[in-house]
Design a protein around this ligand. Sequence first.
Ligand code: HEC
Length: 211
Amino acid sequence: MSHTEWWASESFWRKTAIWVTAGSFVALIFLTLDSMSAITAGSTRVPAYSVINHRIDYVFDEKRNFQVPVIGVEEPLFGKTLTEAEAEALVSRGKLTTQAKNCMNCHTLLGNGAYYAPDLTKAWLDPSWGSKEVREQMMVDFLMNPQDRLHNGLGRRMPNLGITEDEARATVAFLKWMASIDTNGFPANFTPIDQSDPPAESGSPTQQQGG
Ligand code: HEC
């Protein structure tokens, strides 16, 4: 029986294969759990659903050198502050609507989908909605009946998808929540709608309603 070098022996390579497979398996489980925690609502990058009770902005961050979502003052969607459970139910309904109506067939969401229509990641912050006062209703109206308006300069029209008012409102909640997700600066160079408050009345800051 001839002597084989250790690196040429069959048993060495069999053991190596087993250990590499086992090691990769453990690494995969770890990475899966890590990804799950990073994409779960309520984590650092993906805010809890009740974030829709707040103003969401998209502001340049000097340190990170790109725009990041900033959660601001209370600004409840449709003027109604929701509990965490209510917000989750509404956002989930909106997400289901985007899946049922296959918005990704034309749009990208967080960069995933088709390139026929604009990316929806920051649709909530699109200046085309006019002002923050009319935005929510404009969005609901658009989703229910998009055909008769040319929303932006794209020159393509969105078909009527038979979205009910409840579905439209839930979809707006989903879009508002999506705008709060930290996407490492995607989309870049995006100018959000002006959400600043009108300047305070002149006079002393402590002044309440005048006489
Ligand atoms: C058949 C293709 C198609 C499908 C499906 C579709 N859209 Fe659109 N959507 C468009 C086009 C085209 C535009 C641009 C319309 C315009 O500029 O007038 C648009 C525009 C929009 C806008 C305005 C974008 C912005 O930047 O403010 C929103 C919001 C939107 N769609 C949401 C949705 C949602 C939510 C769904 C699924 C429920 C959906 N769309 C499904 C084609 C589609």
